[in-house]
Design a protein around this ligand. Structure first.
Ligand code: GRF
Length: 207
């Protein structure tokens, strides 16, 4: 089944681009209905336009979290969406926002990619933190979003090594290449077979 997505971004948008590329190359059966950035200067907005995907800036600056989320929901509710995909969206979502996407099975239909093997190194400097810690293996996690930051049922993880000669830059570049492969793959698997959680998974969302 083709899945209908909205992608939320804040900056560069390379994961968004990887998703749009996979769609345009028929590796992913999905349609991105809308890209929203909370930052009007995000390069991601221009990239979305080059793929012919509607994009809007909904600036968060100067607004309270809820004021901003109301505006985002106003935009999103104009579309019939299967999932909201976070791709470098640097905002913490409130339970009010997430509540708009609650699925009967008890999870939110909101997906995130995080550049560490969660639950290790949550937060916005995961590459830096894992590198500084001296991990020999790191990885990428794609997960459903719940009410905690960088937390929720894990959909997929892929490991990559830190090599002895790595600089932070080469370490990040290796991870980013994994991100760009993994995110479209996970979305494609969802479009084919829906969300498959492990039996032991708690959705982290109150029923
Ligand atoms: C990625 O590393 C992603 O895992 C993290 O933020 C970064 C966004 O990069 N959540 P981009 O905007 O997709 O290029």
């Amino acid at each position: 089944m083709s899945i209908k997505l909205a992608v939320l971004v804040s900056g560069r948008g390379s994961n968004m681009a990887a998703i749009l590329e996979a769609i345009s190359e028929n590796r992913l059966d999905a349609r991105v209905q809308l890209v929203i950035s909370n930052n009007a200067d995000a390069p991601a907005l221009e990239t979305a336009a080059t793929f012919g995907v509607p994009s809007r800036a909904v600036a968060s600056k100067g607004l309270s979290r809820l004021e901003h989320e109301r505006l985002v929901i106003e935009q999103l509710s104009q579309f019939d969406l299967d999932f909201v995909v976070l791709a470098g969206y640097m905002r913490i979502l409130t339970p009010w926002f997430l509540g708009h996407f609650k699925e009967r099975a008890g999870y939110y239909k909101v997906i995130n990619i995080h550049p560490s093997l969660l639950p290790a190194f949550p937060g916005k400097s995961a590459y830096e933190d894992a590198f500084a810690y001296g991990v020999r293996l790191s990885g990428i996690t794609v997960h459903l979003v719940d009410n905690e930051v960088d937390h929720g049922p894990i959909l997929a993880q892929e490991v990559f090594p830190r090599l002895p000669d790595d600089s932070l830059e080469s370490f990040k570049a290796r991870g980013l290449a994994v991100e760009h492969k993994l995110y479209p793959q996970v979305l494609e698997s969802i479009s084919r077979q829906g969300i498959k959680l492990l039996p032991t998974h708690s959705t982290g969302v109150a029923q």
